[in-house]
Design a protein around this ligand. Sequence first.
Ligand code: ATP
Ligand code: MG
Length: 248
Amino acid sequence: MTKIIGIISFKGGVGKTISVINIGAALSKLNKKVLVVDANFLSPTLHIYLGLLNPDITLREAIRNNILPEDAIYEHKSGLNVMPCNFYKDADLEKFKKIIDYVKEKYDYVIVDSGPSYSEEILGVLMVADEMIFITTPDYPTLTTTLRAAELVKQKKLPIIGIIVNKKRKKSYELTSKDIERTTSLPVISEINDDHKIMISVSKFNSIINQYPRNKNSKNYLRIAKEIIGDEEEIKKLSNELKKIGLS
Ligand SMILES: Nc1ncnc2c1ncn2[C@@H]1O[C@H](COP(=O)(O)OP(=O)(O)OP(=O)(O)O)[C@@H](O)[C@H]1O
Ligand SMILES: [Mg+2]
């Protein structure tokens, strides 16, 4: 059965889109069929990170024009499937849900990117997601917004996989993951370092997982993907396969 994972934060620039791309790429590396969807309707950028600069047909056109949703899906060179979006004000969220319900059948996982505030984009993600992952950076202002997001998701009774602490610099002024877990009562599933290799990968329209498979952050994204898959037997089998090719 397909699992739909929503990636959210109530703050811009913390790394939602980078997380969507890399979790998607990591699940693909583990032989899962993955679609990444841009539900950041007011400021969509997912496609740009993946080198799709000006797609004419996107989620917006699929919602508005009754075209086939498949026509709004593109394949990245890594094999990851992408449903981009053009700027879309007052998105029809009911129709958005119908489209996701229709396209999800072909995938093991659908990872949904979202906008940075409590607005229509977040509501869209909450409508379609089976499980949520929060992205935060290790500082008080961002953690405050993560707390608000967590409260909202808990109110909606949606399962939460946990929090990814992104852009860690390992400085003494940063919040620790223990601080973040204590404050939110949620598990931190991974720490991702602030890493120029992520920026280099962006400049090459690629995920760090595919650009630098042996990088520490790439391995962390693989661990996140394994945690998402969650089936111990399957993880063992896949880890052995990855070891054989030197990736685990
Ligand atoms: N771990 C990291 N190390 C270095 N750079 C990063 C990291 N994570 C994200 N970035 C960079 O930070 C910037 C913001 O990341 P991203 O676009 O993923 O954030 P976002 O939460 O999706 O933002 P928005 O809310 O505006 O959509 C990008 O330039 C991205 O390449
Ligand atoms: Mg984004």
